[in-house]
Write a protein that binds this ligand. Structure first.
Ligand SMILES: [Mg+2]
Length: 106
């Protein structure tokens, strides 16, 4: 799976989910924040396990699901704004490498 495949699926599912109607950026932002919060909650549960506290878990499946949700939501925002996610990730990754004198580039 790559960003292009994700974008095509997001576009197709958006027509099912919202009849192709555009949604406000504020909705997309809250949607993303919610998924980031869910991912952080999974990280908290993993940390509890590491700290020996009640309510912890060492199963990564919940975190995997929430990380996926975060990426899906990021692409939905980029989709709505006509942004090429692959291109901006490449540009930012490489800019950070350049800034810190690192050789790795996309
Ligand atoms: Mg979620």
């Amino acid at each position: 799976m790559d960003f292009d495949e994700l974008r095509k699926a997001n576009e197709q599912r958006h027509t099912e989910w919202a009849n192709g109607e555009s949604l406000p950026l504020s909705f997309r932002g809250v949607e993303l924040a919610g998924e980031v919060g869910e991912a952080c909650n999974e990280i908290k549960k993993l940390a509890r396990k590491d700290l020996g506290l009640r309510g912890g878990k060492d199963d990564l499946s919940g975190l995997c699901e929430e990380l996926a949700d975060v990426l899906i939501c990021v692409d939905l925002i980029a989709m709505d704004l006509g942004i090429d996610l692959g291109e901006i990730v490449r540009a930012k990754f490489n800019a950070t490498s350049e800034k810190y004198g690192l050789e790795t580039r996309l």
